[in-house]
Design a protein around this ligand. Structure first.
Ligand SMILES: Nc1ncnc2c1ncn2[C@@H]1O[C@H](COP(=O)(O)OP(=O)(O)OP(=O)(O)O)[C@@H](O)[C@H]1O
Length: 263
């Protein structure tokens, strides 16, 4: 086994995702085979309803897969205890059920929950990790503000800092650029790219920002009509998957500029 293979953070084998209702199965996507290594930034791309959120929920253990396997740090996801999983994977969801009455530093500190004792006392090491996470996303100037005082872009950075404070090898984010303007979309995705390289964490996110993802990500997973394709931007551009992603009468993929254009 090569060193690279032995370092794999996330791997899926013939994964099928979807929902079970009584005796019925609704398969959303199948044949998902991905491999994500430390320091890689990976985007999950697909039209509305293609299964991006379902996949992220499956990879983070919120819902069970229909078939196939997920491995996190080479352990079968189904065998990982919840306590251990919260030290392996951090999850950033768009609609956070969090009290926005918390200050920024208090919210980032929640990332240390898997490590603190039952009264939640923070050790010196916890405080060090919290301050380091705040520095990494460059939010020192707002650390004492209440979360309800923040813009959507600032709040997204705080959620990313909380995931960093959780100190997991894998960070999963569901649509981290929702509600952001073009500058802040690019800023947040560029920040994720920088963090993946600086911290050597694997970062996987679902997004509709395909042009940005093609420029910034190491690999992309495309979900389309229950099928999936995984590869580097260069590999995917060589195939027809991008040209066929949207109805051609409105949007086409320009191979020369590696971006989507409106007709
Ligand atoms: N709890 C659920 N039970 C049954 N089916 C669901 C459930 N949640 C989602 N679905 C269905 O699964 C499919 C994929 O939904 P999902 O939310 O994963 O797509 P998505 O790619 O994240 O969409 P969007 O881009 O709109 O956020 C859709 O057909 C949706 O209706």
């Amino acid at each position: 086994m090569s060193t690279e293979i032995s370092n794999i953070v996330l791997k899926t084998e013939n994964l099928s995702i979807g929902y079970r209702k009584k005796n019925e199965q609704q398969i959303v996507a199948s044949g998902i085979n991905i491999e994500v290594y430390p320091g890689e930034l990976v985007a999950v791309i697909g039209v509305n309803g293609s299964g991006k959120s379902t996949l992220l929920k499956t990879l983070s253990g919120i819902i069970k897969s229909i078939d196939g396997e997920v491995f996190i740090d080479k352990n079968k996801l189904s065998n990982i205890e919840p306590d251990k999983l919260s030290k392996d994977v951090s999850l950033v969801l768009t609609e956070q059920m969090l009290s926005k009455n918390l200050s920024v530093i208090e919210l980032v500190a929640l990332g240390r929950q898997p490590y603190t004792n039952w009264i939640g006392r923070l050790t010196k090491n916890d405080l060090k990790k919290i301050m380091h996470a705040i520095q990494l996303v460059n939010i020192e100037d707002i650390k004492n503000k209440k979360c309800h005082e923040l813009s959507d872009g600032q709040f997204q950075k705080v959620l990313i800092a909380r995931a960093l404070a959780q100190d997991t090898s894998l960070i999963i984010l569901d649509e981290p650029t929702t509600h952001l303007d073009l500058y802040h979309k690019a800023y947040v995705l560029k920040l994720l790219q920088k963090l993946s390289k600086e911290t050597n964490k694997a970062i996987l996110f679902a997004s509709h920002e395909i042009n940005l993802a093609l420029q910034l990500c190491d690999k992309l997973l495309i979900l389309k009509d229950n099928k999936t394709l995984f590869g580097t931007p260069a590999e995917l551009i060589k195939t027809d998957v991008l040209s066929n992603l949207f109805p051609k009468q409105l949007i086409h993929f320009d191979k020369e500029s590696s971006s989507f254009k409106i007709k």
